[in-house]
Write a protein that binds this ligand. Structure first.
Ligand code: ADP
Length: 433
């Protein structure tokens, strides 16, 4: 029976949280979207439902989050975590406040803490103000975010604009005193009628103390940082056994491959690094501006190159080439970038074709690209394994079709040798299928 049920407002955020829970001793499975009522759920200590609700219309985000809460409750969870970005990505309309309000109401609870701090990623909260490195949030570049521009670093104010509830603060001096002091401060705020408390944290000791202080809270909200303290609560209560290896994944023998659809700088560097070591095929969307022929060319190449060494198939291109293709293909009436859509469709088709050719170990670079691949492969659940680089674990994917090992990398994550390192962390690929 799962102990902790988590709702994440985007896909890579869900993986990040799941990896944090595994690292702290919980066997964790990430579910893609809200599971059907009759979908059997895998055995795990924590379940993380990945939504796409961060920038969805408020009513949609609230409805999806409530459905996720209901599914997690049905699965047996009694403690819940609402995960949002460590830069508190939201607007005055939401969706952090409205979703948290709805979850509290459904749980019949009156209070939740809110802590996006993640010191390992240089996100800290001091006197309620969120810092990215040494800069206030509203001077960190996040003030220019296209969808969720963050123009105020004072999270008490930011959250207060998104909820009818009152928002208080547990300041640094209290957090520094430890779990008991934090627990008492939160109890006082709740008694005074506050619905939320922003809780300061500038280091991991603070995050673990906050986790301990919230052991009895039904709902906790925050970034993946504050989740690091939660497994210890279940352990102290005797409900979470010491797991020999919470990241253990059953092996899936089969061929290795890499698909890159991210044009982020880190991914471009990782592809450049891989060229010296691996067979690489570059998609040519200028020559084949339709998904089927792009995929056909790549799969014909792959047939001749698949083997013990991973193959890399890349759409990724530097900014001027991306801009040229975008200008050539334009946008659909909904404003969607047709170049991006073409390449996502092609890479999804290639992923399916590779699976038919016996690929069972697949690395995908790019957030949107990963979403397209996972949806085409009919993946419904990812059991979280060992991290390759921070925030990017190997996972075992279950759903329609055969299981496979998947590593889904958000574009900017990972060291330059990420692709090689990913396969080096797996047991030797056994004979091809
Ligand atoms: P990241 O995680 O780096 O943001 P994503 O996969 O989320 O990566 O987004 C990259 C987008 O760029 C996808 O929509 C992908 O289809 C698109 N894309 C990839 N290669 C090209 C290219 N050569 N020209 C235009 N768009 C591209």
């Amino acid at each position: 029976m799962p102990l902790l049920g988590c709702i994440a407002d985007d896909f890579t955020g869900a993986t990040d949280l799941a990896a944090m829970l595994v690292e702290n001793g919980m066997r964790t499975v990430q579910l893609i979207g809200v599971p059907q009522a009759d979908q059997p759920l895998p055995e795990a200590d924590a379940l993380v439902i990945a939504l796409k609700s961060r920038t969805a219309p408020v009513a949609e985000a609230v409805a999806a989050s409530r459905a996720a809460l209901a599914a997690l409750t049905r699965a047996g969870c009694r403690r819940f975590f609402f995960k949002y970005c460590s830069t508190f990505d939201s607007t005055d309309a939401g969706n952090i406040g409205p979703v948290a309000d709805a979850l509290l109401a459904d749980l019949g609870a009156g209070f939740a803490l809110a802590c996006p701090a993640f010191p390992a990623n240089a996100r800290s909260v001091y006197q309620g103000h969120l810092f990215v490195g040494s800069r206030l949030l509203n001077e960190s570049g996040m003030e220019n975010h296209p969808l969720t521009p963050m123009r105020d670093a004072d999270l008490v104010r930011v959250l207060a604009r998104q909820t009818s509830g009152e928002v208080g603060l547990v300041p640094y001096a209290v957090v520094e005193e430890g779990a008991e002091a934090i627990r008492a401060a939160m109890a006082t705020l709740a008694r005074e009628g506050r619905r939320y408390a922003i809780v300061d944290a500038v280091n991991e000791r603070h995050l673990r103390a906050i986790g301990a202080a919230a052991a009895e809270h039904e709902l906790i909200t925050g970034g993946s940082g504050v989740a690091m303290g939660l497994p210890a609560n279940f352990r102290r209560q005797g409900r979470l056994p010491e797991r020999a290896d919470p990241a253990a994944l059953a092996d899936v023998p089969g061929l290795p491959a890499i698909l890159a659809g991210s044009c982020s700088r880190a991914t471009l560097g990782q592809i450049a690094h891989a060229r010296a070591h691996l067979p690489v095929f570059d998609l040519d969307p200028q020559a084949h501006p339709d998904a089927a022929s792009l995929a056909g060319a790549a799969l014909a190449w792959a047939k001749d190159h698949l083997g013990a060494r991973p193959v890399l198939i890349a759409a990724s291109a530097p900014p001027e080439r991306v801009a040229a293709l975008q200008a050539r293909l334009g946008r659909d009436p909904m404003g969607r970038d047709l170049a991006g859509a073409l390449i996502e469709a092609a890479l999804a088709e290639i992923a399916e074709g590779l699976r038919d050719l016996g690929v069972r170990r697949l690395v995908v670079a790019g957030g949107e690209t990963s979403g397209a691949v996972v949806s085409r492969l009919g993946v419904r659940a990812l059991r979280i394994g060992v991290q390759i680089d921070p925030g990017v674990p190997w996972t075992r994917a279950e759903g329609d079709g055969p299981s496979l090992l998947l590593a889904l990398k958000s574009g900017n994550f990972g060291a330059p040798d990420f692709f090689l390192k990913a396969f080096a962390t797996l047991p030797e690929a056994k004979a091809s299928v």
